[in-house]
Ligand binder design. Structure first.
Ligand code: PLP
Length: 457
């Protein structure tokens, strides 16, 4: 049997790395010391060395709501964010199908940053040349990482909300050459599969030991909307779970077709992505972009002030340091709004996600300091009150009705028919069975990969 070069994990092994052959698991954990060691592919998982899902339950004093806010922590994935997961599954599935071959193809990663970082990283580990196409105004730390992994950059005008220019550049320049293989996170279903199967399970597992052990709501701000697929998995177990998509108030596309520029890197891309299963999104919540930047400053550098204000012991919030980025704060604010809207009580859980950590935002905080002038203790205390305690149930739109779903489908069609998707395909996506069938492909993919790969090679 022909062995393919993919030496990475199956979906089942990403969900439960304890299923890996013990020797591979041991060597993969050892490889953490050298991030460019290809064995790190086996560290693409939410689970730590002890097989526990990395998460934190935010202190109730901090959130001001009785419900538990459980945050999955993505920073310790290889390359520094969970976006490496969909980058890997898209490339792995392409190799398995015989469509992508190392040495022959160039990998193209249309992105606003973390997916591009993940793509450059995976390409390096799996032996490909890689070009990342992304807007020119993202955080400096992002470009540095991509270059560190040997990725080439092709920058398009604008910032996060100009991602359609990235897609156009991909279509008009790169797709024409068949040697180029595009890992299209906004349109390809390995992204959906990764998050429904791997992230969805992690969310369920993290909630297991907390409060009533159930998930009352899952909250995530969509970029590609891959992460939101976790809601599909959670709803299969807890059908009453409420799925909430969070958007920047400045770019309220799902909320009311708004299309402005904003500061929350990674989300708010001015479109309904193709892989967004809008059936399982029940609400859209808006959050002001600068609240997320200021909120990050508070959580990262204002913890001693918060501890005094909340009458917590000195150091009681230390464990939160470093784990959050701007979109994580957006998700946390969205989770607080959701807990308030649904009037969740003690023991009920809202699960959300911190896609990346603080390491890629010092330049953004430096910019905040330039814009705001000196930020003293009283400013940090006021920001905390306004942003976290002051989060309201305003600007939350229920999108469960047929009318709202049709509006979202219309938006999806507007974008994706321009990129060659037929009405018949878009129509099929309106049925949950489309998504369930895509999900069920995992079993076959895993079997195929296990047969073809050569783990010890
Ligand atoms: C920092 C950050 N947060 C959130 C997201 C959104 O995640 P998803 O693309 O799964 O919707 C991204 C995506 O790139 C991101 O980079």
């Amino acid at each position: 049997m022909a062995k393919v070069l993919t030496r990475g994990p199956t979906y089942a092994e990403m969900r439960h790395p304890s299923r890996l052959p013990p020797e591979i698991r041991r060597r993969a954990l050892e490889a953490r010391k050298n991030e460019l060691d290809p064995l790190n592919l086996f560290n693409i998982t939410w689970r730590n060395r002890e097989d526990r899902v990395r998460h934190v339950v935010l202190p109730g004093e901090l959130t001001g709501v009785p419900a538990n806010i459980v945050v999955l922590l993505g920073r310790d994935f290889p390359s520094g964010s969970h976006k490496v997961g969909p980058a890997y599954t898209t490339l792995m599935e392409g190799e398995l199908a015989g469509e992508i071959r190392p040495g022959e193809n160039t990998i193209i990663g249309p992105s606003t940053g973390n997916f591009g970082i993940g793509t450059a990283y995976i390409a390096k580990l799996m032996g490909y040349r890689c070009v990342v196409i992304m807007p020119e105004q993202m955080s400096a730390e992002r470009y540095e990482r991509i270059r560190r992994y040997g990725g080439e950059l092709d920058l398009t005008p604008g910032s996060e909300s100009d991602v359609i220019l990235v897609l156009e550049r991909t279509r008009d320049h790169y797709r024409k050459d068949p040697q180029n293989k595009v890992l299209g996170q906004f349109e390809l279903l390995p992204n959906y599969r990764f998050h429904r199967f791997v992230t969805g399970d992690a969310a369920l597992d993290a909630a297991k030991g907390v409060g009533d052990g159930r998930v009352a709501a899952f909250v995530a701000a969509p970029g590609s909307a891959g992460t939101l697929a976790a809601a599909d998995e959670i709803k299969a177990k807890f059908p009453d779970c409420v799925g909430v998509a969070v958007e920047p108030k400045e770019c309220s596309t799902l909320y009311d077709n708004g299309r402005g520029t904003h500061r929350i890197e990674g989300i708010g891309d001015k479109m309904v992505t193709l892989i967004h299963n809008v059936i399982t999104t029940d609400y859209v919540a808006l959050v002001h972009d600068d609240d997320c930047v200021r909120g990050l400053k508070v959580l990262e550098q204002g913890r001693p002030v918060l501890e005094r204000q909340l009458r917590l012991a000195a150091g009681a919030l230390d464990h939160l340091g470093g784990w959050f980025g701007i979109s994580s704060v957006c998700n946390i604010i969205g989770a607080i709004k959701t807990a308030k809207l649904l009037r969740l009580g003690a023991g009920q859980n809202v699960v959300t996600v911190a896609t990346d950590g603080f390491d890629r935002y010092p330049s953004v905080i430096a910019d905040l300091e330039r814009r705001s002038g000196p930020i003293g203790d009283s400013t940090l205390a006021r920001w905390y009150d306004e942003i976290f305690r002051g989060a309201t149930t305003g600007e939350m739109l229920e999108v469960r009705s047929g009318v709202q779903k049709e509006r979202l489908y219309r938006q999806k069609r507007e974008v994706w028919s321009r990129f060659g998707y037929s009405d018949a395909y878009l129509e099929k996506m309106k049925s949950q069975s489309f998504w369930d069938e895509e999900y069920q492909k995992i079993e076959h993919i895993d079997r195929d990969l296990a047969l073809k790969r050569d783990l010890m090679g």
